[in-house]
Design a protein around this ligand. Structure first.
Ligand SMILES: *Cc1c(COP(=O)(O)O)cnc(C)c1O
Length: 376
């Protein structure tokens, strides 16, 4: 059997919707499908205002512009994350101050943030790793106490909740991804959620290359003009048309993914009790959106051997992330603090194949291969 790590799921209606765009003649951004997608997110999750973007990375770049990041500003975020969490802020001159992960899961350890706050700190960026919520009550009160912006990198967090409230609705700003590796996909694509109302007017302008074109199209102004900095953050209608089909299938996709996740957990639970591996930990305040399934091995050596063993059985399992504070780009800029839990997840976490079309017998095959690994 050959089991890839990821396979993008096509629901079936995508081409039909793209065809409609071609026939309708509005191919650029902010057309009917973009508006339908916006409406969907605002209605379903109660986000005050959303804007489709070409990627989550772009949505985070909008965040960095919106909170006026300037050279010398400091932004606190986890080191165990994708480069796109950090790059948008570094691009605007910020110094990134990395905080360690929790011991029990890869999310940032909120208890370690306060001692890192200085007079230059402007924002905290939290990442909901594997779609599991960070401790949002504590993050919000910390941000309020120190007058900082709170930004959620919710790239993996769609359809996940903290104490019943959807991820992406806690931060002043939040960013989602529809990259083909996520639950809901558009090839490349993203979404900015703006919960701080004060930031809404400027967000629209930054989104449309620094112009008030969005207001112009609504008939609110008679001409549009250069108002501010900005870029071309809005995606073409083709992207939104594709995404719309995926959104229509959201419940089906989520149900299937959760079944796959639970099958993995049920199959591996007993093994994890007697062997040096841990299964994902989901705190009581968080839900599971089945973005990924991972194991944490006791050591780097064990993980390397396990990945090798799975590979010999035709199974692609991968590790990530390589911690950002030790990256070639940032190691000289990091302040030298040790981040032991970040290193633990960098060295010991392994992700198992996970995608909508993964069959039950394939999950069982992967789990059997892991059980066999510990027998040998
Ligand atoms: C996928 C991902 C991103 C980047 O998303 P893109 O849409 O590819 O730009 C950023 N942060 C995290 C945590 C991610 O998982």
């Amino acid at each position: 059997m050959k089991i890839p790590f990821n396979k993008p799921h096509i629901c079936g209606g995508e081409l039909g919707n793209i065809q409609k765009v071609l026939e309708g003649g509005h191919l650029a951004g902010n057309g009917p499908f973009t508006k339908k997608c916006h409406q969907f997110f605002e209605d379903k999750y109660g986000f005050k205002k959303v804007l489709m973007t070409t990627s989550c990375t772009d949505a985070l770049e909008m965040c960095a512009i919106l909170v006026n990041i300037e050279p010398g500003d400091e932004v606190i975020m986890p080191s165990f994350t994708f480069v796109s969490t950090a790059n948008p802020f570094v691009l605007r001159g910020a110094k990134v101050v990395f905080v360690d992960s929790e011991d029990s899961n890869p999310n940032l350890d909120v208890g370690k943030i306060e001692s890192l706050i200085s007079s230059n700190t402007k924002a905290i960026v939290c990442v909901h790793y594997a779609g599991v919520a960070c401790e949002m009550d504590e993050l919000q009160s910390l941000a309020r106490k120190h007058n900082l912006f709170l930004i959620e990198d919710a790239a993996q967090g769609l359809e996940s909740f903290y104490k019943g409230k959807p991820l992406g609705s806690f931060g002043d700003l939040a960013a989602f991804s529809f990259h083909q590796s996520k639950n809901i996909i558009a090839g490349e694509g993203g979404l900015l959620s703006i919960n701080n109302e004060k930031l809404i007017p400027r967000a629209e302008i930054i989104w449309e290359k620094g112009t008030n074109r969005a207001a112009f199209f609504r008939g609110e102004v008679s001409k549009y003009n250069w108002q501010d900095v900005g870029s071309s953050f809005l995606p073409s209608e083709l992207i939104s048309a594709f995404l719309w089909t995926q959104l229509e299938n959201l419940n089906i996709i989520q149900k299937k993914r959760i079944n796959i996740w639970e099958l993995y957990r049920n199959e591996l639970n007993e093994l994890a009790e007697n062997h040096p591996i841990e299964l994902p930990f989901i705190p009581d305040y968080a839900t599971n959106n089945a973005h990924m399934f991972y194991l944490v091995c006791e050591s780097l050596e064990l993980r390397t051997a396990m990945i090798q063993h799975l590979k010999s059985k035709g199974i692609s399992a991968f590790f990530h992330y390589l911690s950002l504070h030790e990256s070639p780009f940032y190691q000289d800029k990091h302040d030298g603090r040790e981040l032991p839990n970040t290193i633990k997840y960098t060295d010991q976490l392994v992700r198992l194949p996970f995608y909508f079309d993964l069959k039950k017998e394939e999950v069982l095959y992967v789990c059997q291969a892991i059980k066999d690994f510990f027998k040998t």
